[in-house]
Write a protein that binds this ligand. Structure first.
Ligand code: MG
Length: 169
């Protein structure tokens, strides 16, 4: 199913190096809003440590965000020392492709996309044949378009969780 994530985690910090290695992941495309920062633009505790561990195990990271605020993406990029692409217009393919080129990963299967939205992060990743990882959104202070997407997302996820026996926390 094109709207189903390959894997679901409640929190990004639960994603281990071991899990990534097992799935042959060489690089990560990282969403910002509701994945690593909450509605007050606060970065989740432990993120820097998590990033260091990932990078220390030779897995590359690039921020891939739909935000139109360059300064926001840039600030996080500087903090965790990874490149960024903003205004990516996920689920369109070009941002994903641009990131793939930047990270020099030949096979998209070796790239994991981590995000909190089915219709942008997961759908876009699946379209590009990347490994889609859905995380539970940190908080919902979503903009209008996102609110609309969330209602569709709810229906998709209800089926997904049921079929995969995932109990929602
Ligand atoms: Mg998001």
């Amino acid at each position: 199913m094109i709207f189903y994530p390959k894997k679901y985690f409640v929190n990004i910090l639960e994603i281990s190096v071991e899990f990534l290695k097992q799935n042959n992941i060489q690089a990560i495309l990282l969403d910002i809003d509701n994945t690593i920062i909450d509605k007050d633009n606060k970065i989740i505790d432990g993120l820097e440590k998590w990033v260091e561990k990932i990078k220390g195990n030779n897995i590359k990271i690039c921020i891939l965000s739909n935000t139109n605020k360059k300064s926001k993406a840039e600030k996080i990029s500087k903090l965790i020392k990874v490149p960024y692409i903003f205004f990516a217009k996920k689920p369109l393919k070009f941002g994903f492709k641009k990131a793939q080129k930047l990270l020099k990963i030949e096979d998209p299967k070796n790239i994991a996309v981590i995000g909190d939205q089915v219709l942008t992060d997961v759908f876009g990743a699946n379209r590009c044949k990347m490994y889609s990882i859905l995380v539970k959104p940190l908080q919902s202070s979503d903009i209008f378009v996102t609110k609309f997407n969330r209602t569709i997302e709810k229906r998709i996820l209800k089926k997904y969780f049921k079929e995969n026996n995932i109990k929602q926390k």
